[in-house]
Write a protein that binds this ligand. Sequence first.
Ligand code: F6R
Length: 368
Amino acid sequence: VKGGFGTFMEKEIHDQPKAVADTLLGRTDGQGNLVLDELRIDEAVLRSVDKIIVIACGTAAYAGHVAKYAVEHWCRIPVEVELAHEFRYRDPVVSEKTLVVAISQSGETMDTIMAVRHAREQGAKVLAVVNTHGSTIPRESDAVLYTHAGPEVAVASTKAFLAQITACYLLGLYLAQLRGNKFPDEVAGYLEELGKLPEKIQHVIDHADEVRAVAEAMKDASSVLFLGRHVGYPVALEGALKLKELAYIHAEGFAAGELKHGPIALIEEGQPVFFIVPTPRRPVLHNKVVSNIQEVRARGARTLVIAEEGDEAVNEFADVVFRVPRTPTLMMPLVTVVPLQIFACALAGAKGYDVDQPRNLAKSVTVE
Ligand code: F6R
């Protein structure tokens, strides 16, 4: 069942190229057009959507956070991302023109179920992005876009996260196609880039020995920080969550731009800090993160940098560089999160912890 791996977590990390490929499979007409008939929401309704609210918890909410960057850019529809349990207990502004996207691996997370009910009571259309067929959330939603990650057994989510992000890209491109924000050839171009992702994720997985070695050497760390900008920000949050869950180490993710607004006070000699660096092809984003690396390095931090192949600007300030293949900015989370998952898994393994069944956690949280 573990496919020759010692743990489900390792197997599921290795399943990720397939999880992304399977989520893309069969959703185009072969001519570069997206076909999401399964959505069953009237096209006129989708054309009239004036706001999207993503509701989810934990890792699934970080997938929603990535989706916000892509969907707003492609569709020019405002996207809010909200933790399901927070959405549920305030008085959210929702109308018939609001599309609520509920993201969940299990489809059984009670906080998310309650938020779905609340949204529908207010007249919103709810679209579920869910991995588990026949679960409660898709049954209670207006439509469902399934992620095809296959069963996820390890408690901490990995492959479902990549599949959720992929499904959200499809949704964003579909809305852009439908609403005429993007020309068909542009949509086809993005789909072609997405199609290359499984191979790139595989490349990261196949070149992770150094990530594991660094993780094992850091098994006595008491705190690790993660910084990212733009789509690297939710990746930083996810990297920190994986480390907390699997290795029980204090970890925090920040938007790199926040550094000077507070977190830099935490930096002292030897503090490990991960950076998720945007592509140098987006110099405005890239240069700012490189200066952040420089700033914390000057204060004695140990800098662990995830950067694109060929990005030599980071070398001077990085103690360690983990490389990822060149990827369009909005799609970078699919490759940059992988070293962070492998890091957390290897570090927890080095501490002798059960990575499939971390203490105090359950695979699906079926109580509020
Ligand atoms: C983190 C993790 C959790 C889940 C969250 C939502 O590794 O697994 O944060 O992402 O509990 O669960 P689902 O996606 O089943 O609604």
